[in-house]
Design a protein around this ligand. Structure first.
Ligand SMILES: C[S@@+](CC[C@H](N)C(=O)[O-])C[C@H]1O[C@@H](n2cnc3c(N)ncnc32)[C@H](O)[C@@H]1O
Length: 310
């Protein structure tokens, strides 16, 4: 039998990926609920379930072509008995306060130290593709419980909502997914600082001494559609899944049918893009850095982060 034809455009080389998830697929959600009137110009986004690192871009920046994933820096957090990852995992069964902690290197999927040979890239794949009896199975999570639809506000565009036809409530503390896209080695050729889908985490990945940037402009998952709120119901935290460090999202409140899932983008985002916030907490547009609730939300986040770090 002749080999099956593949669409070269949609093929991602193994060397350029972190994890071994499926190939790209066109991000159907991007157009799923759009009517002709609503179509937003621009490139159609590809749906991916793991990071993509373009070797040419990394070579051009003088960085290793393939991120090394085997040895991870050790921190005290590794030795802490009550690790936030474990708590977050337990939270799926028993809600806790949102895990707002910066670093924890215990694998979210298997609970082992990622140096442990039993913990592998497979943990990442299992969590996200639902294979191997993952406790969390994220493959069907989005499809089952969430939808992307227009917020009704032109400036805000699309948002992520808990499906309105379900009776299911997503418990506080539940792991929702993580931000993926193309990993770029900091501001390099072809980098567009105006891109509104850039996530610039300080993840401390050992293959990148600077800050890598996750660019979900051309490829990403549903998390790229999460809008900002001055009273967010989703928190982010840096986590370890297998050998991959991720920006993971957790429900910080019980999420009910029809709720929009929102994070807090932070002051820099709004200032940098010269945007005003149009979240539902206030009527009309407002500066999220100047409005009471925005400040309170930010302070609460900082306090939670500090409390959990100490
Ligand atoms: C990461 S995208 C979120 C998804 C986006 N709504 C879409 O349709 O693709 C970020 C952009 O969404 C819009 N946005 C998100 N939260 C907002 C808010 N609270 N107020 C105004 N615009 C917001 C801004 O245009 C922002 O640049």
């Amino acid at each position: 039998m002749p080999p099956k034809k593949t669409n070269a455009k949609n093929r991602v080389t193994k060397g350029g990926r972190l994890g071994h998830g499926p190939k790209w697929t066109p991000f159907k959600a991007w157009n799923a609920s759009r009517t002709v009137r609503e179509i937003i110009p621009g490139a159609v986004c590809k749906q991916v379930d793991s990071f993509y690192a373009d070797p040419r871009r990394w070579n051009a920046a003088g960085r290793p072509q393939r991120p090394r994933l085997s040895t991870l820096p050790k921190t005290e957090a590794e030795n802490e008995s009550e690790c936030i990852a474990d708590r977050a995992r337990l939270a799926l069964a028993e809600p806790i306060d949102a895990p707002e902690v910066k670093y924890c290197y215990t694998c979210f999927e298997c609970g082992r130290n990622p140096d442990d040979p039993e913990c592998s890239v497979q943990c990442y794949d299992e969590l996200h593709s639902g294979g191997g009896g993952s406790k969390n199975d994220m493959k069907t999570f989005f499809k089952k419980w969430l939808e992307i639809r227009h917020t009704g506000t032109a400036e805000k565009g699309y948002g992520v909502f808990v499906k309105t036809n379900g009776r299911y409530e997503i418990p506080k503390g539940a792991y929702l997914g993580h931000y993926v896209g193309e990993i770029i080695p900091g501001p390099t050729k072809g980098y567009n600082a105006n891109n509104k889908y850039l996530y610039e985490p300080q993840v401390g990945l050992e293959w990148d001494t600077d800050r890598p940037i996750i660019d979900a402009g051309k490829m990403g998952n549903w998390t790229r559609f999460m809008n900002s709120s001055c009273d967010p119901n989703v928190s982010e935290s840096i986590m370890q899944i297998g050998k991959v460090r991720v920006i993971a999202f957790f429900a910080n409140k019980t999420l009910k049918s029809g709720d929009e899932l929102c994070i807090y983008y932070g002051d820099d985002y709004f200032r940098g893009h010269e945007l005003l916030c149009l979240c539902d907490n206030f009527e009309g547009s407002h500066d999220p850095t100047a409005v009471g609730a925005g400040l309170q939300a930010r302070e609460r986040h900082q306090q939670q982060a500090l409390a959990l770090q100490s």
